[in-house]
Design a protein around this ligand. Structure first.
Ligand code: GLY
Length: 289
């Protein structure tokens, strides 16, 4: 059964109807793009990459072009791709690339490593022919020491009051039964420079195995601490039904005050999404041949 599920981030505050519509339509379009790849017989990786690249180019999502800036106005992005054979590649705190998920896939397919960060990840992207791409205004500058000190004073307030987590994620199962999952994000707004969230970390923002796959969105520190996606897939491996696998870990997140949204897929291609926030656009499709 070919199958796909896409999300466009879980929000912690009310989202206006206009923004809900824009993001719902964006996720739907990304889903259709991914689905067309699957229907044409493409690999799950191609479907996930195409869907997430669309969302990375869409300014309404916190990934690629729409990434939130960090505390000093730079755009540092995280992404990871992992498949049901356990093959994984990710990038963290990467700047100046259009599609972090494309770089993550190249890490997966062209290196023995699982994660490249910062300048090394950018260098690797150039090496593989991915040109420089400026995310955000060109006028960004580093703050002076005094400005940085003032920003740091405000940092905890910024982080405590932030409720936007429009990270994007996708899971696809192709005609061969192979599953791939991917996540891409600009991270939480106002984060400290060099802060890596859950999205690039295996078992936190994304996980896949022969038992299924999951992607998470929300506050990365909590998602990392609970190894959210690893727990979902582990629960599937232990025989839990998809709903229970997701709800168990979501209950833990809620108990600990961690805003979180999850999409997941079983080995057979059944999909489900759930969240403890106010809004999470999701698109899913499946077809038995
Ligand atoms: N979940 C996105 C982040 O915390 O970076």
């Amino acid at each position: 059964m070919e199958s796909i599920v896409i999300h466009g981030g879980c929000e912690g505050k009310e989202v206006s109807p206009a923004e809900q519509l824009e993001r719902t339509q964006g996720v739907e379009q990304a889903g259709i793009i991914g689905w067309e790849h699957l229907a044409a017989g493409a690999a799950a990786e191609d479907a996930v990459q195409a869907a997430l690249e669309y969302l990375e180019d869409h300014p309404a999502f916190d990934a690629g072009l729409g990434s939130y800036p960090n505390l000093v106005g730079d755009y540092e992005m995280d992404a990871l791709m992992m498949n049901s054979r356990g093959e994984a590649g990710g990038v963290a705190c990467i700047q100046d690339v259009q599609h972090p998920i494309a770089v993550a896939r190249k890490v997966k397919e062209h290196t023995p490593h699982h994660l490249l960060v910062g300048l090394g990840a950018q260098w690797f992207a150039r090496l593989h022919g991915l040109p420089p791409f400026r995310v955000g205004p060109k006028t960004q500058r580093q703050p002076t020491d005094q400005e940085a000190a003032e920003l740091l004073d405000r940092y905890l307030e910024i982080i405590e009051n932030q409720t936007r987590y429009s990270t994007v994620g996708a899971i696809a199962r192709d005609t061969t039964g192979h599953i791939c999952a991917g996540t891409s994000t600009g991270g939480i707004p106002g984060k400290l420079p060099g802060r890596m969230g859950d999205s690039a970390i295996i078992g936190a923002g994304t996980y896949a195995s022969q038992a299924g796959a999951a992607c998470a969105t929300g506050v990365g520190e909590g998602i990392m601490r609970l190894a959210v996606t690893r727990q979902v897939v582990q629960a599937l491996a232990q025989g839990l039904i998809l709903d229970d696998a997701i709800q168990n870990i979501l209950a833990q997140c809620s108990h600990e005050g961690i805003p979180c949204g999850i999409i997941a897929m079983t080995a057979q291609g059944h999909t489900l999404a759930a969240h403890n926030g106010t809004f999470m656009p999701v698109w899913q499709a499946a077809q038995r041949r």
